[in-house]
Write a new protein. Structure first.
Length: 339
């Protein structure tokens, strides 16, 4: 649609709002004295929530999300940078909003660079489009962003046309379509890698990172169903090798935990009682218990991730290992966990 239609109207309204301000606005992440990680957190906290029960409020990082962000961006300038971050937790805990926020941070925020390339990856075009839709809604809701971006819905593509990060672009990629050949990503995020049938798109994104001096990839997903999946192998690699360029955070419950115990559900769902409705979750858990739809994962899985790694920024497990649940949508423990 280019600069016409919905986007032309949104940009016109954004220009009018900006011109009506009595003095230029200093965006929170541009304040003096902030560290790199403080700028990223300030940027994320500035973003509006555009759907759901908290619509109209600002994004507030959950404790597990903040810890992950601090490990990704909080290293000293002279330390080896993080190249790949993996964040695994149950469904329904704000994954889409976090990925969209990080994409925008690298596209037009404090992590942007001139002519940067940002990509989100999904198992199909519908999955890949979720991140684009969220990013578009945020951009159109923030006048300072809307005047700087050209959005093309049919391509699921965004370009920064002026300001910080000018020339940078974002595109949604899907494993069943474009396979990311010939790219030079400054930032990419893979949404629900655990559901991917192959690792072609993942491999192409990872091998293309060498074209940039500072490139970062992030995987945010539930856990894979088996130990041979690419996500499982990446986590194993982080656990077994002292590679400071990897950061892995896993939020899960001990294998021996009762998946229907309210304390277990609360422990592995940081959004429980915030934007995950407590009554709805417990009602679904009770229905699943009656139908015997969920079974605990084998005890052996507890041995895989139960201990915190002694290597800094390599592997962090919160609580302990996972309980597997086959309920289609219940955010009980680590749905789709490794069994």
């Amino acid at each position: 649609m280019g600069l016409r239609g919905f986007q032309g109207l949104a940009r016109k309204q954004a220009r009018e709002e900006i011109s009506s301000r009595k003095k230029p606005r200093v965006l929170p992440w541009n304040r003096k004295g902030l560290s790199r990680v403080a700028k990223v957190i300030a940027f994320l906290a500035f973003l509006p929530i555009t759907k759901g029960k908290l619509t109209g409020s600002k994004l507030k990082l959950l404790p597990s999300q903040r810890a992950f962000i601090e490990d990704l961006y909080g290293r000293p300038d002279d330390a080896q940078p993080v190249r790949l971050g993996i964040f695994s937790e149950p469904r329904g805990n704000g994954k889409t909003g976090l990925i969209a926020g990080l994409e925008l941070c690298h596209l037009l925020g404090p992590e942007a660079e001139m002519r940067g390339e940002c990509y989100s990856a999904g198992i199909d075009r519908m999955q890949a489009g979720l991140i684009f839709t969220e990013m578009e809604a945020i951009i159109l809701a923030v006048p300072d962003f809307a005047v700087r971006c050209n959005i093309q819905r049919y391509r699921k593509w965004i370009e920064v046309i002026h300001g910080f990060g000018v020339g940078s672009k974002y595109e949604a990629l899907s494993a069943d379509a474009r396979r990311a050949h010939g790219l030079a990503p400054s930032f990419w995020a893979y949404d629900e890698l655990a559901q991917a049938k192959d690792r072609v798109l993942l491999d192409n994104l990872q091998t293309a990172m060498g074209k940039r001096k500072r490139s970062l990839g992030v995987i945010i997903s539930t856990q894979a169903a088996n130990d041979d999946h690419s996500l499982s192998l990446l986590i194993d690699d982080a656990r077994n090798n002292d590679d400071p360029s990897l950061v892995v955070h896993i939020l899960s419950a001990p294998a021996e935990a009762d998946p229907f115990d309210p304390e277990t559900i609360r422990a592995v769902n940081p959004a429980f009682g915030k934007f995950l409705d407590e009554a709805d979750v417990m009602s679904e858990a009770e229905r699943a218990r009656r139908m015997r739809a969920c079974t605990p994962s084998p005890a052996r899985s507890a041995k895989r991730w139960a201990s915190r790694s002694s290597r800094p920024n390599a592997l962090t497990t919160r609580n302990a290992e996972s309980t597997s649940c086959t309920t289609p949508s219940a955010p009980l423990s680590t749905a789709d966990a490794r069994t």
